[in-house]
Ligand binder design. Structure first.
Ligand SMILES: C[S@@+](CC[C@H](N)C(=O)[O-])C[C@H]1O[C@@H](n2cnc3c(N)ncnc32)[C@H](O)[C@@H]1O
Length: 153
């Protein structure tokens, strides 16, 4: 299997320590998604969506840990029950607000990735497909984030 980037995410975050852990905690964080010219035609009609999914490669993640304590808990959980970057295949996903499109550049808000993160795919967020109001949130229930604990990557 070979996956090649379709673009690059430009964000205000150069270091993990200052990078928000989810778009929910990144309001006001504006970034740019640069889609390579050869894929830009695929952005036709994207302007109609207020939010989009970005799928990307967590290219600076540490070693894979199948069970670990994530950012929001000191108790270890299986990696597939978390959003932590240290996962096999290192794929990250963020739903961000689409502010505008200028040719192959998307200006977005609510970005939680490091600058220069390789972009793998973009999909529109469609509430009638993607929003389940009665969904349960597992161990995340009641957890709130304020800042990254020192030493936790
Ligand atoms: C908890 S992950 C969540 C990412 C995404 N929203 C998800 O759920 O898949 C967000 C954290 O990943 C780390 N991170 C962001 N961009 C990264 C990259 N390119 N490589 C490695 N780690 C990254 C930062 O520490 C950031 O706070």
């Amino acid at each position: 299997m070979e996956i090649n980037p379709i673009g690059i995410i430009h964000s205000p975050f150069a270091a993990k320590e200052t990078c928000p852990i989810q778009p929910l905690y990144a309001s006001g964080a504006v970034g740019r998604v640069e889609v390579f010219d050869e894929f830009a035609a695929g952005l036709k009609d994207i302007e109609g969506f207020s939010h989009i999914y970005l799928l990307y490669q967590l290219d600076r993640a540490g070693k894979v840990e199948l069970v670990r304590a994530p950012f929001l808990d000191d108790t270890p959980h299986g990696i597939y029950a978390t959003r932590h970057p240290c996962r096999p295949n290192g794929i990250g996903m963020s739903i961000v607000k689409l502010i505008k499109r200028e040719n192959n550049i998307l200006t977005i808000e609510g970005i939680d990735v490091l600058d220069q993160t390789p972009l793998i795919d973009i999909k529109p967020y469609v509430p009638k497909f993607d929003c389940f109001e009665a969904a349960s949130e597992g161990w995340f229930a009641g957890k709130q984030w304020s800042s990254k604990p020192a030493g936790k990557e």
